[in-house]
Design a protein around this ligand. Structure first.
Ligand code: FAD
Length: 363
């Protein structure tokens, strides 16, 4: 690419793709580079729940981003499906959370009231009505408006949409240096090949900290491995997302059920393990032992971009002029990603921001 691009996005996960799409929609010149294949890292590996797990446990800055995206994802998914033919399968499954303590239920209900979020406390009979194939639980919290997305489809549809719009997407381009001149970003380099750009936005997921380090910027973003299992179950056997002690089941429309997920600090190692498989199958057994009869079709892992910031991502400028970061979404990159991309674009283009940017600033 010989010309100097106005905005260059580094990283083709969900965050980079959404950022590039919203920049393009704002009429600016944008391109994206990706070290491997687009959408094959954390954004492919995730579960696609459009809510933080136990959302009341997060700071308001996380809730603000989540609420903005939750309201707008259905329309985005419809538009992507009709534009690209790839349906991200936005589905309102609801989120059922059995066996919480009275104290936690109280905090959760207060949180829900504050944000006007539908939330109800169910007894065992009501749980059985909502999800008949679940184990017996005496009580649960129920968030009926929570939805899910098939994240591999979401990233594929975003990629296709950008291609149709003519946005350059360069795969196999691993940025090893952010180039600066006179205190301003002027592009990126990979293996001696330079791409000139007036602004660079780092959306490198778990690798963002490493990329920024090379520009002299220290931000604590590091990988947190999550392993998942996929069961080949039957359509409509389970209908709800259920969450128990950090583990969850997500039923897809075609009957497949995701069992998630582990939380492991193992650097950039993505190996899957028998221990994780046992942990996840034990969680499934506790939630819905009937699933035992179905085979495990796949096991995989992904590296979440963890930050030390209570799950609040870094969004905004950092380091030399023209350098931006949109990363560190940890367990919530799908639910927070849409708002996070819009906020970054607002800040980069000097538009009125959708929400107060202060809690997310990296500087
Ligand atoms: C098991 C699991 C379950 C999850 N479940 C959910 C969920 O239910 N709901 C939810 O909201 N979130 C969930 N998440 C979290 C969510 O998936 C992530 O927060 C989100 O995908 C992060 O997106 P990203 O674009 O920042 O990162 P990624 O998808 O990892 O993308 C970053 C991209 O940058 C590229 N890159 C890195 N370095 C360079 C470089 N030097 N040059 C060029 N490109 C580079 C990478 O190759 C990668 O493609 C889950 C994650 C995991 C692992």
């Amino acid at each position: 690419m010989n010309r100097s691009i106005e905005f260059l996005v580094v990283g083709g996960g969900l965050i980079g793709l959404l950022t590039a799409k919203l920049l393009h929609q704002s009429g600016v010149d944008v391109a994206l580079v990706e070290k491997g294949e687009i959408g094959r890292e954390s954004s492919w590996a995730g579960g696609g729940i459009i809510s933080p797990l136990y959302p009341w446990r997060y700071p308001d800055a996380v809730t603000q981003l989540a609420l903005w995206g939750q309201r707008r994802y259905p329309k985005l998914c419809d538009q992507l499906a009709s534009e690209t033919g790839i349906d991200p399968e936005w589905t309102q499954s609801g989120l059922l959370m059995p066996n919480l303590s009275e104290k936690e239920i109280k905090v959760a209900l207060e949180w829900a009231e504050r944000y006007g979020y539908p939330m109800a406390q169910l007894n065992s009979e009501q749980i059985g009505d909502i999800e008949p194939h679940l184990s017996h639980f005496s009580s649960a919290l129920w968030m009926e408006s929570v939805a899910q997305i098939r994240n591999p489809r979401l990233v594929q549809s975003l990629k296709r949409s950008l291609e149709l719009s003519g946005v350059p997407l360069i795969e196999g381009f691993e940025v090893d240096r952010i180039v600066e001149s006179n205190g301003r970003v002027s592009g990126v380099e990979a293996g001696g090949v330079l791409v000139s750009a007036q602004h660079v936005i780092v959306c490198g997921g778990a690798w963002s900290g490493e990329i920024l380090k090379r520009a002299g910027v220290e931000l604590s973003i590091s990988p947190v491995k999550g392993q998942m299992l996929l069961l080949k179950s039957e359509p409509d056997l389970l209908k709800r997302i259920t969450l128990l002690e950090g583990h969850y089941l997500i039923p897809r429309r075609d009957g497949r059920v995701l069992i998630g997920s582990t939380l492991e600090h193992d650097g950039f190692n993505k190996e899957t393990t028998d221990n994780a498989k046992e942990e996840l199958l034990a969680a499934m057994e506790e939630l819905a032992p009937e699933l035992n009869r179905f085979e495990v079709e796949m096991q995989w892992s992904g590296l979440r971009p963890g930050s030390s910031n209570q799950g609040i991502p870094f969004i905004g400028s950092c380091g030399p002029d023209g350098l931006f970061i949109n990363s560190g979404h940890f367990r919530n990159g799908v639910v927070l990603g849409y708002a996070s991309a819009q906020l970054l674009v607002d800040m980069a283009l000097g538009h009125e921001p959708i929400i107060n940017p202060a809690p997310y600033l990296a500087d």
